[in-house]
Design a protein around this ligand. Structure first.
Ligand code: ATP
Ligand code: MG
Length: 416
């Protein structure tokens, strides 16, 4: 992409009411726009990052037999009444609306009920099970406070997968598989080292659910980490019974702030019984389907990564999800020779499928170009100017000094 054609501008300042570091940086760099507290639009650079995070998650969900769908945000009341979750007393974050004829609708905060209902048309026999269904979908939650930028939206993107199984052991098996898949996702996003599986309360069906918590001072959650075992527990299950059960010495637990980037839950038959999703088993008996739910906060992850990977100059994207791999910065582009060389480098990189943002703007000073490149945070930078002659200056976003290298070598390096 040519930066001269990119419609977004960087901003000197983030809005005064934006107190989170992730949103401040993303707004200044032109990745997102703040519509109101907890509600953000994605601009070209931001959408590229969001889609890359999504794609990594998609690959890992497909690898554990997930089938992608897209459910609706508009929800009919009946399914949620059936599970007892329509009332604002049981679910206090609803956004509700009405049809012209006064029929009430909800904007989905999650999708257990509608999917359970939908699956009734497709699951009848034990032969139809197990099944794993997921989506990337906008959720609406009327959160009381939304001060953490992308990390707590009132409208946000979630990956939610639901498992439908015959037996609890089939559920357990998939549940463990999903844990591994989740850790693969966080690893690929550069968060593997600082994300810890955290035991949380499990509801009626199982003793525990599991959260995936990324350690960060900006986190809203407090967890207690056993650094030897590389697990943690959250506040809900901080008690003697659990210490014993998990063989944890409470004296060794280290209290940390963390961001919940995922959450998996054994639902059992809660929703299948409420909505009457059953199957006929081998022995001819009719049984409720056994379910699990598996969430990842896609937009929260983007906020988390922005919150963690930055320096005083701006964002520092991990390579896997950077909006572009290379920032090709052309200086002195009014010089015909330089211009030809920069255009050639751009063509060569793009022809070979390297994602390049080409700063081809003629009327912008070098100082401004570099400051903007630092703010945007693309991992590799190639500078072509009058000074570089047949060579180029190359540096990574985090490097202080650049090296003067042969253009061909740098281009080869970027292909690799
Ligand atoms: P939290 O405890 O942070 O309120 P939750 O437990 O209600 O989240 P789930 O319903 O389990 O969240 O949703 C699955 C995932 O979606 C969470 O693990 C989190 O990563 C993400 N998520 C939840 N609420 C939000 C939000 N308001 N904004 C952005 N992401 C969210
Ligand atoms: Mg939670």
């Amino acid at each position: 992409m040519r930066q001269s054609r990119l419609f977004t501008k960087t901003q000197k300042e983030a809005p005064k009411d934006e107190i989170s570091k992730n949103a401040q940086l993303l707004i200044k760099a032109g990745f997102i726009n703040k519509e109101m507290a907890g509600v953000y639009s994605y601009l070209p650079l931001g959408l590229r990052v969001l889609r890359k995070i999504e794609q990594i998650i998609r690959e890992e969900m497909n690898a554990i037999d997930g089938q992608e769908i897209l459910l609706t945000a508009l929800q009919q009341k009946g399914h949620w009444q059936a599970s007892g979750r329509w009332s604002d007393d049981t679910m206090d974050i609803w956004f509700k609306t009405k049809l012209k004829n006064n029929v009430e609708l909800g904007l989905a905060p999650t999708h257990e009920e509608p999917l359970t209902n939908l699956m009734k048309k497709h699951i009848h026999s034990y032969k139809d099970l197990p099944k794993y269904v997921y989506q990337f979908q906008t959720k609406f939650r009327n959160e009381v406070r939304s001060k953490s930028g992308l990390m707590r939206g009132r409208e946000f993107l979630m990956k939610d997968l639901y498992s439908f199984s015959r037996t609890t052991s089939e559920l357990d098996e998939y549940y463990e598989k999903s844990k591994d898949a989740y850790m693969k996702v966080y690893k690929r996003l550069g968060l593997g080292e600082i994300t810890v599986v955290t035991f949380a309360s499990g509801g009626s069906f199982s003793k525990f659910s599991h959260e995936f918590q990324t350690i960060s001072e900006a986190g809203e959650d407090t967890i207690y980490v056993d650094e030897d075992k590389n697990i943690a527990i959250n506040k809900e299950v901080y008690n003697d019974e659990v210490f014993k059960l998990l063989d944890i010495d409470p004296k060794k637990l280290v209290e940390k702030k963390a961001i919940e980037v995922g959450n998996i839950f054994k639902l059992g038959t809660k929703y299948s019984e409420a909505l009457n999703l059953t199957f006929v088993d081998k022995d001819g008996s009719t049984k409720p389907v056994i379910m699990g739910s598996y969430g990842i906060g896609v937009s929260r992850l983007m906020g988390t990564i922005a919150e963690i990977f930055n320096d005083e100059k701006g964002l520092v994207w991990p390579e896997n999800i950077a909006p572009f791999k290379v920032h090709l910065v052309g200086l002195n582009l009014d010089d015909e020779d330089v211009k030809v060389q920069a255009e050639k480098a751009y063509q060569s990189l793009t022809n070979d499928g390297v994602e390049v943002l080409f700063d081809d703007r003629v009327d912008v000073t070098p100082g401004k170009k570099f400051a903007e490149a630092d703010l945007i945070g693309i991992p590799h930078r190639i500078i072509i100017s009058k000074r570089t002659n047949s060579k180029v200056e190359y540096k990574d976003r985090i490097d202080e000094e650049s090296q003067l290298l042969d253009i061909k070598n740098v281009i080869d390096k970027m292909h690799g």
